[in-house]
Ligand binder design. Structure first.
Ligand code: 5GP
Ligand code: ZN
Length: 116
């Protein structure tokens, strides 16, 4: 997708603070970190959301999860982290390119979902 902000970040057309990259995924620090560690892992391929994946994307999805602990550990959250994929309107997804949030830091992250 030529006009997708995260596709542009993965291609290097919009600057980002890179945390990791390989043939399938690109990871960068969230511009508005919610915790001391807040990294986004995205597929290089444009996939709009977790609701849009196909069986052909299983290697990509696996890679996104497989790199998560190493990224957390390298960025101040070696004792654990939370992996979040917001999906669609109900899930509160704002950017329509699949992304895995890795959230952590020296202190526990807190409740899984904020209490209303
Ligand atoms: P969502 O709410 O879609 O799950 O999360 C989108 C995330 O992308 C937000 O945490 C937001 O701060 C982050 N974000 C949006 N635009 C940019 C950007 O241009 N650069 C970076 N590094 N993060 C972004
Ligand atoms: Zn995209």
């Amino acid at each position: 997708m030529s006009d997708c902000i995260f596709c542009k970040i993965a291609r290097g057309e919009i600057p980002s603070r890179k945390a990791y990259e390989d043939d399938l995924v690109y990871a960068f620090h969230d511009i508005h970190p919610l915790r001391p560690t807040h990294i986004l892992v995205i597929p290089r391929k444009h996939i709009a959301s977790l609701a849009e994946v196909s069986a052909a994307d299983e290697a990509i999805l696996g890679r996104m999860l497989a790199v998560s602990h190493k990224l957390a550990a390298e960025n101040g959250s070696a004792e654990g982290f939370r992996a979040i994929i917001n999906t669609g309107r109900i899930g509160g997804q704002e950017v329509p390119h699949l992304h895995l949030h890795i959230v952590g830091g020296p202190e526990p992250v807190g409740p899984m979902v904020s209490k209303i």
